[in-house]
Ligand binder design. Structure first.
Ligand SMILES: Cc1ncc(COP(=O)(O)O)c(C=O)c1O
Ligand SMILES: [Zn+2]
Length: 400
């Protein structure tokens, strides 16, 4: 694949595409996948169904695609929710509709395909839950061994159930996500495990297709895309996608990228608010949105680039605001998402109040994971079922 290579985002050192490497050996920064693209012809993909591989012109060429039909998620026009916020043009891109219930599947179809292409036998990740569920499924499909390391007792039950059912070796690490990721990196060096966290640049290639689908489903780029941020891979991936299409002349306008973090785990939002180019990590991140309970986001540098380059923003929300937004979305639009996903909706209110977007702009919120991943939260926070005897008179009384 002479038209593709890896390149350091800071010192621009280049590496052959098939080097198993996650950070630059010269300066320590992350890598991007770079391509010499051929002249793009939209007709070559317009007839294909919406999916990650619809955009294969912009993805690594692999001999075997490890796919579970990921991508092609709905973009819902949400007029009832928009009315609550006093805005007109609001859409939700519901990534919970992916095969394992989160956007991670877009990354894994490309990442696990690359793992096969490179001849890896065992894939590994640290995870706040969704990455482990997704990797376990794609490793099963590919016939690869899978090791996942999760912060013990700190991931939602549905996600744990998935990883176990798909047959991964699940290690519950006595520590938080950041410590688990560190452990995966060290173990990878010792044991030759192929890492599929979002520091792997190939994973982000799959995730950039969220941007392409949104643009094609809307017929043009929106003015702003709002999404939850944890390890900050997704915002970086979406930025890469829109930047490549802009450079290729496929779009003129680029949307502003707005990242939302939970107040107790918000190093990137804090850096943005101080207009800094570096982040101060948080040692003990806390939030009930366990998917984004991350204090040392590996993609911080790519994420700040995404925010500053697009004239975007970053904001924090409290756990209370996340829970309210989760309910509001379910009860106005019929879309049930996990708490981390609801951060994008909670953030929308704050972003509007701060005047960071205008009320007539076209806004897309990305909901990243399905609500059934974390059944404990609604059971704890919503109304309890009303216990009744099987008697129509009682039903009449209760419903009056
Ligand atoms: C549901 C959900 N939303 C958001 C995120 C954050 O994504 P990123 O780590 O790419 O910022 C995650 C990551 O685990 C997630 O599972
Ligand atoms: Zn470098």
């Amino acid at each position: 694949m002479e038209n593709m290579w890896l390149e350091c985002i800071r010192c621009h050192k280049k590496f052959p595409w098939n080097t198993v490497i996650y950070t630059c050996d010269q300066c320590g920064a992350l890598l991007d996948v770079k391509y010499r693209f051929e002249e793009p012809n939209p007709e070559s993909w317009r007839g294909k169904p919406f999916s990650v591989w619809r955009y294969e012109n912009f993805l690594p060429k692999v001999r075997e695609k490890v796919s579970l039909n990921e991508g092609g998620t709905s973009l819902y026009k949400c007029d009832r929710l928009a009315e609550k916020f006093g805005i007109k043009n609001l859409w939700i891109k519901n990534e919970g509709e992916n095969p394992t219930g989160s956007f991670k599947d877009r990354g894994m179809t490309v990442g696990v395909s690359l793992a096969k292409e490179l001849g890896s036998r065992t894939v590994a990740c640290a995870s706040t839950g969704n990455t482990s569920a997704s990797l376990a499924a794609y490793a099963a499909k590919a016939g690869l061994k899978c090791v996942v390391m999760i912060p013990s007792g700190k991931i939602a039950l549905g996600k744990l159930a998935q990883a176990i059912m798909y047959g991964a070796i699940v290690l519950a690490v006595e520590g938080n996500f950041d410590q688990a990721l560190n452990l995966v990196e060290q173990s990878s060096k010792r044991l030759g495990l192929y890492i599929l966290n979002s520091l792997n640049p190939y994973r982000l290639e799959g995730q950039k297709t969220i941007a392409y689908e949104v643009i094609e489903q809307l017929g043009e780029p929106p003015d702003a895309i709002i999404l939850p941020v944890g390890n900050a891979g997704n915002i970086s991936a979406i930025h890469k996608g829109i930047t490549e299409w802009k450079q290729l002349g496929l779009i003129e306008q680029t949307p502003r990228l707005i990242g939302i973090q939970a107040e107790g785990a918000a190093p990137i939002a804090h850096a943005y608010k101080k207009k800094k180019r570096e982040v101060t990590f948080i040692e003990n991140p806390e939030t009930l949105a366990t998917a984004i309970r991350i204090g040392k986001p590996v993609n911080w540098e790519k994420a700040l680039r995404a925010i500053y380059d697009t004239n975007g923003a970053a904001e924090t929300v409290t756990d209370e605001q996340i829970l309210q937004a989760q309910k509001l979305l379910a009860r106005t639009e019929g879309i049930f998402v996990e708490p981390a996903s609801a951060a994008s909706i909670a953030g929308l209110t704050k972003i509007l109040d701060a005047g960071l977007i205008d009320k007539d702009e076209r806004i897309v919120c990305i909901t990243t994971g399905h609500g059934l991943k974390d059944p404990d939260t609604p059971i704890r926070t919503c109304e309890k079922p009303i216990q009744v005897k099987p008697d129509p008179e009682i039903i009449e009384k209760v419903l009056q």
